[in-house]
Design a protein around this ligand. Structure first.
Ligand code: BG6
Ligand code: MG
Length: 219
């Protein structure tokens, strides 16, 4: 039977734009200052993970214990470095084909929402000129629990009045795929083949990808 698609929920970092590289350089700089090594495999663990949980990961890795004020100061420093890179972003940094795919969803009457852990999401959407393309935006400012908790996606589906089993989440992060599955959603991994084995299928990019392709792959 054909999959009945009601709506799509998009993660932001690593799905719509390649901000993961900016998070990486900022976290790496902070980790180095703390004397903790930080490479791309560490960064993969932090994709989809909130700012505070990301800092806790680095502190755990370095066996460091810090008081709360220091943690807040470090997160602010990392965010300043991150935002300095985001300030130079343009719509050219949108992944190829993703906006065309969103436009096709809209033309076919499907709901569209953002489901991101980032508190910087509104700024990034604005810089990339796509803030008005979503029916709902759920981001790090409106959630209590970080992925893999499904809160961000359940709120998105609720705002779109869509049923999770008929709603597709697009995610590049292990924690995000788990969040989608924990909420009862169908999930498309965005990334290299084999990187997100729990997803229904993995897409290397949106270029040339259509709503019919999506429905076919999920039917
Ligand atoms: C997620 C990123 O989308 O947002 C994580 O994948 C990031 O790497 C998290 O830590 C929180 O982002 P921000 O912009 O609020 O620091
Ligand atoms: Mg992501």
């Amino acid at each position: 039977m054909a999959f009945e698609l009601q709506a799509c929920l998009f993660d932001l970092d690593g799905v719509i734009v390649d901000t993961a590289k900016y998070h990486f350089t900022a976290w790496q700089r902070l980790a180095e200052e703390l004397g903790v090594s930080f490479d791309h495999s560490d960064n993969d663990q932090l994709k989809g993970v909130s700012r505070v949980d990301s800092l806790e990961y680095i502190l755990r890795k370095g066996n460091l214990e810090l008081d709360n004020d220091t943690k807040v100061r470090l997160m602010d420093r990392k965010n300043d470095w991150y935002l300095a890179q985001v300030a130079g972003m343009t719509p050219d940094e949108l992944f190829p084909g993703v906006v065309a795919f969103m436009d096709e969803l809209r033309a076919k009457g499907k709901g569209l929402a953002l489901g991101s852990s980032s508190r910087n999401a509104p700024l990034i959407l604005d810089r990339c000129g796509i803030a008005d393309r979503f029916d709902a935006v759920v981001d790090g400012n409106s959630i209590t629990f970080s992925k893999p908790d499904p809160e961000v996606f359940l709120k998105g589906a609720s705002e779109l009045n869509s049923v999770p089993s008929k709603t597709v989440v697009f995610e590049d992060a292990l924690s995000g795929v788990d969040a989608a599955l924990n909420g009862g959603f169908r999930v498309v991994g965005v990334g290299p083949e084999g990187a997100l084995p729990k997803a229904d299928f993995t897409l290397q990019g949106f270029d040339g990808f259509t709503v019919d392709h999506l429905v076919d792959r999920l039917s």
